[in-house]
Design a protein around this ligand. Structure first.
Ligand code: NAP
Length: 255
């Protein structure tokens, strides 16, 4: 595809984990990818992996919860790669605690990164999608949206991502823009490794115990989620919108 025709994707939280795998996958699919994360140095390895494999990527340091940084970042994507028309709202943090111990800051940080972050980035990027009359938005939800002990902040944010997604699908569908959510289960990343460490559980033991609870008898890898996102971002997925796809190795109780 000629450079001018190449679609441009913006992936947030793409320095590592699911975001990095998604950035690499979209680049392998032929898109130019903006790899956004908090620290521009940390995202260099994702950018290098993409460019080393012959893809196109730029690294952009920004906090998704900061409006000025988001607007500057999206302007940079446009000037360095072209107008972004694929957006993956992936940046995320955990501040787990039972409600009686949860601080205001635990609540505000998690809602701020996931919901305010997705709102700010989507508001800035959708203008380019509407202008192009084409767009794909994929938001990261989680099986925790269905409820999970110790995650009242995170489960509220991830359930919120589902409502956010469905409303985007309704508002932007007339511009040929789709919006969908992926809701991963247990995926092996630094985030789940940190959860194991915080709980004082050996990560290998946690993965083994987790696999026994999953229908396909294994835990997920970042590439499992990236594959689903690649489908939702593809040209052929234009009639799939407002959906939540659980990428969890089996059906979830409660839905
Ligand atoms: P991860 O390995 O912790 O990666 C998340 C990335 O987001 C990190 O590079 C982090 O940067 C970045 N980030 C955090 N706050 C940010 C901000 N304000 N602005 C920009 N970037 C920010 O997590 P992951 O496991 O890949 O998770 C990715 C997404 O999937 C998250 O939304 C998560 O909630 C969701 N998810 C994960 C799982 C799972 O099992 N892993 C399951 C369901 C859903 P720093 O490292 O600098 O903080």
């Amino acid at each position: 595809m000629a450079l001018a025709e190449r679609r441009v994707a913006l992936v947030t939280g793409a320095a590592r984990g699911i975001g990095a795998a998604t950035a690499r996958r979209l680049a392998a699919d032929g898109l130019a990818v903006a790899v956004l994360d908090l620290d521009e140095t940390a995202i260099k390895s994702t950018v290098d992996a993409i460019t080393g494999a012959g893809g196109t990527a730029v690294g952009i340091g920004a906090d998704v919860a900061d409006r000025e940084q988001v607007e500057t970042a999206v302007a940079r994507v446009e000037s360095e790669l072209g107008p972004p028309t694929v957006l993956v709202n992936n940046a995320g943090v955990l501040r787990d605690n039972l409600i009686f111990k949860m601080t205001d800051d635990d609540w505000d940080t998690v809602l701020g990164v996931h919901l305010r972050g997705a709102f700010l980035v989507t508001r800035a990027v959708q203008a380019h999608m509407v202008a192009a009359k084409w767009g794909r938005i994929v938001n990261l939800s989680s099986t925790s949206a269905l409820g999970n002990r110790g995650q009242v902040n995170y489960s509220a944010a991830k359930a919120g991502m589902q409502g956010f997604t469905k409303t985007l699908a309704i508002e932007l569908g007339r511009y040929n823009v789709t919006a969908n959510a992926v809701a991963p289960g247990f995926i092996v990343t630094d985030m789940t490794a940190a959860t194991a460490a915080r709980m004082g559980i050996d990560f290998e033991t946690m993965k083994k115990a987790g696999a026994e609870q999953i229908a396909v008898r294994r835990v997920g890898q970042p590439e499992d989620v990236a594959h689903t996102i690649s489908f939702l971002a593809s040209e052929g997925a234009s009639f799939v919108s407002g959906q939540v796809i659980y990428v969890a190795g089996g059906p979830q109780a409660g839905i």
